[in-house]
Design a protein. Sequence first.
Length: 58
Amino acid sequence: MSSIVQSANATIKKQLEAERKTTYIYVAKQARDIENQKNERYLEAWGERIYQREKQGL
């Protein structure tokens, strides 16, 4: 295999690796954001329950 082909293959391999890493980071960030939204909704509901109990004098 010529050195040009080897160099091109190495460049492509590096680019694919960078894209794969970027994809994993993106997916991880999306999962984190979804989890944060779930936590936020849970905390809002929890706060609302406490507020309602306090309002009712419980």
